[in-house]
Design a protein around this ligand. Sequence first.
Ligand code: ADP
Ligand code: MG
Length: 343
Amino acid sequence: MAEQKELTPISALGEFGLIERITKEARCQNLSTKLGVGDDAAILDFSDHETLISSDMLVEGVHFDLSYMPLKHLGYKSVVVSISDIVAMNGTPSQIIVSIGASARTSVEALDELYSGINDACKHYQVDLVGGDTVSSRSGLVISMMAIGYVEKGKSVKRSGAKANDLICVTGDLGAAYMGLQILIREKEVFKVNPNSQPDLSTYEYIIQRQLKPETPVNMLKIFENIGVPTSMIDISDGLSSELIHLCKASKTGCVIYEEQLPIDHTTVDFGMEIQIDGTIAAMNGGEDYELLFTMPLDMYDTIKRYPEIRVIGHMTDEQKGCQLIGKDGTLVQIEAQGYSHS
Ligand code: ADP
Ligand code: MG
């Protein structure tokens, strides 16, 4: 390593000093937070709304690689991954609880960075950090994130409500986060061989950003309030194929989607050509897009068309038809549980 900065071991602060340091920025922005960090438990009050709770765990070496994932981005992304599940129920995320398993290699400065990303995301999404736990880990860094949110009674959207003929819709674009990861992996290999290389990644800034700093489309909550709630919904964390299968299984439907309707950014397609991975494959199987996949009644078509945020990619069918993708050339491919392949 070229330069070695002086890093503080966690033991220098002790558990309480550390907790004080990493939670000092935590501000309560929501009326539903009656008591945040500092006591034995947080107190929340959602009055007549229903409460949504979800949990995600991120493990070093399994879910993230610190050699190309800056800790600040990791903190931000962990919050997004977690609140995305609340948004996918048509809920407004309002609190998070963050538990950390820190290894002997984790410094105080590293946790400062991680929490600066967590705090940025909290500010951006108006979510309160109301608690957590801090323990030591024998392996790598472990982040467990619980998200809490609320939804008006009767307005939550499950995976199971879709009917045959419902329109299948997605937000944003797909496959970019996967391609961004491929760039970061490639650059890590290049760096290993030549640490002085200064790659020009500006052409691919968009897809790298989609991998390192994803966002969840909270703006859709307002749109659903205006046009009505979807019949079913899920967030796209594992790739479109597997999420479509989840919706169809839960709703007991089949589906048809059209390759030419898939929203794929041109940068995703361009980089895909460089590494010979089709943009459609990345969109279907890539994952980590954190966009929303949802269904709407067919008679909503004209309304939906007015929203550039929403792309109609197909429709639900009877269960017996299974999940199908109609290719650009008209060929019909069965979407499999593992995903989709061209062969
Ligand atoms: P306890 O012993 O009751 O579990 P702790 O000493 O672990 O309490 O935590 C003290 C307070 O700090 C609690 O409000 C807890 O929720 C909060 N806290 C602990 N660790 C974290 C963390 N990593 N991030 C945010 N809040 C934390
Ligand atoms: Mg504790």
